[in-house]
Write a protein that binds this ligand. Structure first.
Ligand code: FES
Ligand code: FES
Length: 155
C-alpha cells in the first residue's frame, strides 16, 4: 500500500510528511512523525482536550482529526504560541497561579485559553468554565486553572 502524503503549514512553517497510513490521526503525526510532542495524547477519543490545536484558526482535538484532513491547511500547536525561548504570557500565568501539577493537561488548556482570550479578553468565571469544559484535569480541581486564566486575561 502506498502511504499518504501530507503537506501543510505548522506554526508558520511548510511541512511535508510521507508514508502515512490512511487512518492516522493528526495528533499521531504531530507527535510521532513531526517531532512536536507538546500536544498530549491522553484519551484519543475527543474527551480530554489535551491534544488541542488550531486548524485554520479553529480549535480542534487533533486526536479526532485524520491527518489527511489537514492537507493544505494551517495548523498552530502549543509549540507555536511561545516565541523562541520565551514562554507565552498564558504559560507564565499558569505557572504563577500554580495551575500546573503533573502538566499533562496543560498544553491543551493553554491553547484553549489562548482561543478564549482571543475571542473574549475579559471573560467571566462562567465563560471561562464553559470555554474550558472540554479540557479535563485530574490534578488541580480547576480552581487554580480559573485563577491562571484570570491572571492571563489581566495581562
Ligand atoms: S487525546 Fe484528544 S481529546 Fe483526549
Ligand atoms: S495538572 Fe495533571 S491533569 Fe491537569
Amino acid at each position: 500500500m502506498v502511504g499518504v502524503r501530507l503537506s501543510c503549514t505548522i506554526n508558520g512553517e511548510a511541512r511535508e510528511v510521507d508514508g502515512l497510513w490512511e487512518g492516522e490521526s493528526l495528533l499521531y503525526v504531530l507527535r510521532e512523525r513531526l517531532g512536536l510532542p507538546g500536544s498530549k495524547n491522553a484519551c484519543e477519543q475527543g474527551e480530554c482536550g489535551s491534544c488541542s490545536v488550531y486548524l485554520d484558526g479553529v480549535l480542534v482535538c487533533s486526536c479526532l482529526v485524520l491527518a489527511g484532513q489537514a492537507e493544505g491547511r494551517e495548523l498552530v500547536t502549543v509549540e507555536g504560541l511561545a516565541e523562541e525561548e520565551q514562554l507565552h504570557p498564558i504559560q507564565e500565568a499558569f505557572l504563577e497561579a500554580g495551575a500546573v501539577q503533573c502538566g499533562f493537561c496543560t498544553p491543551g488548556l493553554i491553547v484553549a485559553t489562548h482561543d478564549l482570550l482571543a475571542r473574549n479578553p475579559d471573560p467571566s468565571d462562567a465563560e471561562i468554565r464553559e470555554a474550558l469544559a472540554g479540557n479535563l484535569c485530574r490534578c488541580t480541581g480547576y480552581e487554580k486553572i480559573l485563577d491562571a486564566v484570570k491572571l492571563a486575561a489581566q495581562r
